[in-house]
Design a protein around this ligand. Sequence first.
Ligand SMILES: *Cc1c(COP(=O)(O)O)cnc(C)c1O
Length: 219
Amino acid sequence: MVHLQEIQSTIPAGVELVAVSKFHPAAAIREAYAEGQRIFGESRVQELREKQAELPADVQWHFIGHLQPNKVKYIAPFVSLIHAVDCEKLLREIEKQGARCGRVIDVLLELHVAAEESKFGFTPEACEAFLSEGGWREMPHVRICGLMCMATHTDDETRIRADFRLAHDCFKSYQQTFFADAPYFCRRSWGMSDDYLIAIEEGATLVRIGTAIFGARSY
Ligand SMILES: *Cc1c(COP(=O)(O)O)cnc(C)c1O
C-alpha cells in the first residue's frame, strides 16, 4: 500500500512531489500512478532502465542519485530531470548525449551544504566558480534549471534549516548573477521523507520522498 494521498495533502501548490521509488517494485509505482502520481525518482541507472521499459510512457523519470558519466547514455533518451550534477565532466557528457539524441536535458547542480564529508556536490564556492567560468554556456543540449541539495543527517532541526537556507541563498545569488534572463532557472530540489516540511518552508520547489510514501526499502 502506498501513502501517496497523505503525503500529497501536506504539500502546497507550487511544490512538486518526486515519488522516490528506488528499490521498490514496478507494482508499487503502478499503484501510485493509478492515484495520479506522474513524477518518480530513481537513483540507479539499470533499475531505472528496467522500470522505464515497463511503465507507462507518460511517467516523468527523475534521476536523483550520483550519476557516472559513462552511464548517461542509457537514460539520456527519456530522463526528464537529472537532479545531482556534481562536476563539469558529467555536465559535458550530458551535453554530448543530449546532442546525440536531439534533446535538451534539464539538470540541477548538486550543492554540498551538509556537515558530512562527501565526495559529491559542489561547495557553494566551487559552484559559483564553475558558473563564472562559463563553459556551461556552450552546452546547448543542457539546461541548468536550478539546484539540489541534501541537508545534514541529524535530528537537529536548526542545522537542517540552516543547510536549506544556505542552498536557497546560493540559488538567489546565482539566479541574479548568472540566470537573470533565464526564467527556467527556478527549481530547488531539497527535502526527503524526514525533512521535507522544513525544506518547503525554506524554499523547496521539488521534494524527493521515498520512505514516507512506499515504506522502508530493503537494500
Ligand atoms: C533515496 C533518496 C531520497 C528519498 O529518501 P527517503 O528518506 O526515503 O524519503 C531522496 N533523495 C535522494 C538523493 C535519495 O537518494
